[in-house]
Design a binder for this molecule. Structure first.
Ligand SMILES: Cc1ncc(COP(=O)(O)O)c(C=O)c1O
Length: 445
C-alpha cells in the first residue's frame, strides 16, 4: 500500500508516469479507493464507475470471494513457471472449456488481451500455414506489434512497421453510419458479407489464415452486428477454409448477458481471445481458447509462444473465483434483468436530447453516439478533428458530476459493473441527462 499524500500522487505521477495514448501534461483524477460500483478521489469525492474502468471490473470493487482467493493463493504458491502443472491454472482451463462451445479443446493463458491476440495470430498462422489475417477498421485488439496491427482504429498507426505484414482491414457493419437504408438486419448482413467475400477472393483464400472480429465492437462505439452477420461470417470462413477468431476481451464474461457475446448468434469460433472480465482487474489475465482441431495440431507440434507469467497462479485463482461468482450469483440473469432498464434509460436519452443520434446496447454494454444534427446524422465532432477537445470537455462535465466513463470518436461508452442495481443505474443516468442538456444547449451551434 502506498500512503503518500494527494499532492505527492499528482506530483510524482506528472513527473514519472507515462500514461497510455495521452499527450504530456494531463490532469488525471487521483484515485484513493473503491468499493462496489464506485471509486473515490483523495478529496473524498465519489464517482460512479460507469465504464468499469476499461470495461474490465465487471464484478465491481471489493469482491470478497476474489480477494480471499488471491490471499489464499499467495500464501500457498504465488507463482510457478508455465512448464509446471498447477491447481489454479489447470482448474481454470477446465472451467473455461466447460463454458465455451463444445468444439473447444484447450486454453493458453496470457497476461492480458493484447498478448492473447498475439497468441491467436501465432496459432492461426502456424495451424493453417497461411499468413494473411483480416480484421475490421473499427476494431481494437491490443497494443503489441501483432495485436496493434490487427487493430483497425488509429492506435495501430505507431505500430505499422514493415516487420508486421499480412494484416488487412475490412469495414464494419456499422449500419447507423451507412448511406444505405437497409430494410432488415438480414439485408444489411448480406450487403457487408458480399463485400467481404469479394475481398477474400481478391486477397486469395489460400493466403488467408483467419478473420478476426470483436464479436461486438467495443471501444469504438458498441457496434452490434446485424442478425445474420456473424452466422454469415462463419459460413464464409467454412467455405474458404479460413479460421474465425472472436475477440471476446471486452464483450465476454457477462457484459452482454451471455458468457460470450457470439452466443447471441449461436456460432462456434475456431479461436476465442479473452481477458478483462475473467479476473475483473484484480490480477491481470488473458488467453485464447482454441478448437479441439487446433489443440490436436499442437499436441504434435511445438507451441512456439510463451510468457513467464502465462497462467500466473494469483491470476488464475482470481479467475476461478470470478467464474464461480458469475455462476453462483447468477450475474448473467441480473445483467439481462437490469439490461432492460438500461435500454429504456438509453432510449429515453435519445428521445429527450437532440444531441443523441443513436443509442446502442445489449446487456450492460452500451454507447450514446452524439451528433450535431440528428436528421442528417452529422457527427458532433468530425472524425479525427476534435481540435476543440469537445468530447474531452463532455467527459469532463460528466466527471465533474461524478460520472466516469470513456469513449472514442463521438461515443460515450457506458459499461457499468455488472452488479449495478436498477436504482444505481437510474441515479447515474440523471447525471448523464444533465450533461446532455448542456450539450443540447451549448455544443450544437
Ligand atoms: C476487444 C479488445 N481486445 C483486446 C484488447 C487489449 O487488451 P489489453 O489491454 O488487456 O492488452 C482490448 C482492450 O481494451 C479490447 O477491448
Amino acid at each position: 500500500m502506498s500512503d503518500i499524500t494527494r499532492e505527492q500522487v499528482l506530483e510524482y505521477d506528472r513527473n514519472y508516469n507515462q500514461h497510455p495514448w495521452l499527450t504530456g501534461n494531463i490532469d488525471p483524477i487521483p484515485v484513493e479507493k473503491a468499493d462496489g460500483i464506485y471509486f473515490w478521489d483523495y478529496n473524498g469525492k465519489r464517482y460512479y464507475d460507469m465504464s468499469s474502468q476499461l470495461a474490465n471490473v465487471n464484478l465491481g470493487y471489493g469482491n470478497k470471494d476474489i480477494i480471499e482467493a488471491i490471499h489464499k493463493q499467495v500464501e500457498i504458491l504465488p507463482y510457478i513457471a508455465p512448464a509446471y502443472a498447477s491447481g489454479p491454472r489447470a482448474e481454470l482451463a477446465k472451467e473455461l472449456i466447460s463454458l465455451a462451445p463444445d468444439n473447444m479443446g484447450k486454453v493458453f493463458f496470457t497476461c492480458g488481451g493484447s498478448d492473447a491476440n498475439e497468441a491467436a495470430i501465432y496459432a492461426a498462422r502456424t495451424f493453417t500455414g497461411k499468413s494473411k489475417i483480416l480484421s475490421r477498421y473499427r476494431s481494437y485488439h491490443g497494443s503489441t506489434l501483432g495485436s496493434g496491427n490487427l487493430s483497425g482504429d488509429p492506435r495501430r498507426f505507431a505500430l505499422e512497421t514493415p516487420a508486421a505484414t499480412g494484416f488487412l482491414k475490412f469495414f464494419d457493419p456499422y449500419t447507423y453510419r451507412s448511406n444505405i437504408e437497409f430494410k432488415s438486419d438480414e439485408e444489411a448482413s448480406d450487403y457487408y458479407l458480399n463485400l467481404l467475400e469479394e475481398q477474400i477472393q481478391y486477397e486469395g483464400a489460400d493466403n488467408i489464415a483467419a478473420i478476426e472480429v470483436e464479436s461486438i465492437t467495443g471501444a469504438n462505439g458498441v457496434i452490434i452486428p446485424p442478425n445474420g452477420y456473424l452466422q454469415g461470417l462463419r459460413r464464409l470462413c467454412d467455405k474458404y477454409g479460413i479460421l474465425l477468431i472472436c475477440d471476446e476481451v471486452m464483450a465476454g464474461f457477462g457484459r452482454t448477458g451471455k458468457m460470450f457475446a457470439f452466443e447471441h448468434w449461436e456460432i462456434k469460433p475456431d479461436i476465442i481471445s479473452f481477458a478483462k472480465g475473467i479476473t475483473c482487474g484484480y490480477v491481470q489475465l488473458g488467453g485464447i481458447i482454441v478448437s479441439k482441431e487446433i489443440a490436436d495440431y499442437f499436441n504434435g507440434h511445438t507451441f512456439l509462444y510463451g510468457l513467464t507469467y502465462s497462467g500466473h497462479s494469483l491470476a488464475c485463482a482470481a479467475g476461478l473465483a470470478a467464474v464461480n461468482y458469475y455462476r453462483e450469483h447468477k450475474i448473467l440473469d441480473h445483467v439481462n434483468e437490469v439490461g432492460v432498464v438500461f435500454g429504456k434509460l438509453l432510449n429515453k436519452l435519445k428521445a429527450d436530447h437532440r444531441s443523441v443520434g443513436d443509442v446502442r446496447y445489449i446487456g450492460l454494454f452500451g454507447a450514446v453516439e452524439l451528433v450535431k444534427n440528428r436528421d442528417k446524422k452529422i457527427p458532433l465532432v468530425p472524425y479525427g478533428y476534435d481540435e476543440n477537445k469537445t468530447m474531452a470537455r463532455i467527459h469532463g462535465l460528466l466527471k465533474e458530476r461524478g460520472f466516469a466513463a470513456f469513449g472514442r470518436e463521438n461515443n460515450i461508452n457506458i459499461t457499468p459493473p455488472l452488479i449495478i442495481t436498477e436504482d444505481e443505474l437510474r441515479s447515474a443516468f440523471k447525471l448523464l441527462d444533465e450533461v446532455l442538456t448542456i450539450v443540447d444547449n451549448e455544443f450544437l451551434a
